[in-house]
Design a protein around this ligand. Structure first.
Ligand SMILES: [Fe+2]
Length: 347
């Protein structure tokens, strides 16, 4: 049979008699695995090694008081979830409030009733166990949703790829370019992750454009160009679903907007264009300039950089161009490294 381990209880009190009394009480009424410490500094240095299930903490201690010990425990992710019960002779309401403010789950005044303290410890251990069970479940569900979401994005990327709208390499490169720009512009980790994830489907709307126009080698007529422009809106309609983040929708809908307002589909100007779309615009154009398209040959790196620099403040957000220039060699590395994928056959 699986035998459950005795819960680890850590007692921290500077007075020897108090430690003895607490330890003998707990040993008499319950099966706990006790660790006894006489000061806050030792507790903080050893707590990660001991890994207690609960801490009984005195407030008035000579080196660091219990409030400060609790504050430090709560600010460390490794120890933040350990429940702390303050045990002290202080009985004023302010002391109790402060104990809860610093992260204590309970407060027991001395002299305490032995049975009461054991019951309270057991209750908090049970609550803490339930909380960590719930947290683990939420983490698991979040992971499942994340991987489902990621799989759906990949499915859309594949639709793009197999319909011959984009090469696999372009899809992967814009993922890296947009990540480099978003990081360099100081966006949050979450924003960087979302921008990089959804950048590869910026042109998903091209599935709704007739292939004879999309792949035409000759110059497009104004009507044909108008048709191509519809891909932003078509893409937006494809992904305009509950649960798809706005970053994804903005990338798809606004990636052909220009800083000076001369882009499409709306003609938004400057910072009214969402930053993720301003990033996408540069990442997309950089890659397009450097690769062969039905209507053009590939440009060398230097010429590509020159065109982007010249378009700062007209086509592109000047801040995004600055971020690009700082990462110019990384863009070149990504381009060269991931161009190999273009040579693979679709199977
Ligand atoms: Fe596009």
């Amino acid at each position: 049979m699986d035998e459950k381990k005795a819960p680890k209880v850590l007692i921290c009190d500077d007075v020897l008699e108090n430690r003895k009394l607490l330890a003998s009480t707990l040993q008499r009424y319950a099966d706990f695995d006790l660790t006894i410490i006489s000061d806050g500094t030792t507790l903080l240095s050893k707590v990660e090694e001991i890994k207690p299930d609960i801490i009984l903490l005195d407030i008035m201690m000579p080196d660091i008081d219990g409030y400060e010990v609790a504050r430090q425990l709560k600010s460390n992710p490794a120890t933040a979830s350990i429940p702390i019960i303050f045990i002290t002779a202080l009985d004023q309401i302010e002391s109790k409030m402060k104990a809860f403010d610093t992260g204590g789950v309970d407060y027991i005044s001395k002299p305490f009733s032995p049975k009461e303290i054991v019951i309270r410890i057991k209750n908090h251990l049970r609550l803490s166990e339930m909380m960590s069970g719930l947290e683990a479940e939420v983490r698991e569900r979040t992971r499942e949703l994340e991987s489902l979401n990621y799989a759906l994005v990949l499915a859309l990327e594949n639709a793009n790829y197999y319909s011959d709208i984009e090469t696999g390499a372009h899809i992967h490169r814009v993922n890296y370019y947009s990540q480099l720009l978003a990081q360099s512009l100081g966006l949050s980790d979450k924003e960087v992750q979302l921008i990089a994830r959804y950048a590869p489907i910026h042109d998903i709307g091209k599935v709704g454009i007739p292939p004879n126009i999309l792949k035409k080698k000759e110059k497009l007529t104004p009507e044909e160009f108008d048709k191509i422009k519809e891909h932003s809106y078509i893409g937006y309609k494809i992904i305009d679903l509950p649960g798809i983040p706005s970053i994804a929708k903005n990338i798809v809908y606004y990636h052909h907007e220009r800083w000076d307002g001369s882009g499409y589909p709306i003609g938004l100007k400057g910072e009214s264009i969402p930053i993720e779309a301003r990033i996408m615009a540069l990442a997309d154009v950089y890659d397009a300039l450097r690769t062969v398209r039905p209507y053009k040959s590939a440009l060398p790196e230097e010429e590509t950089v020159g065109i982007i620099q010249e378009s700062s403040g007209t086509h592109f957000d000047p801040n995004v161009v600055d971020a690009f220039l700082k990462n110019r060699s990384k863009f070149d590395d990504v381009f060269k490294r991931l161009s190999q994928l273009d040579k693979f056959n679709k199977e």
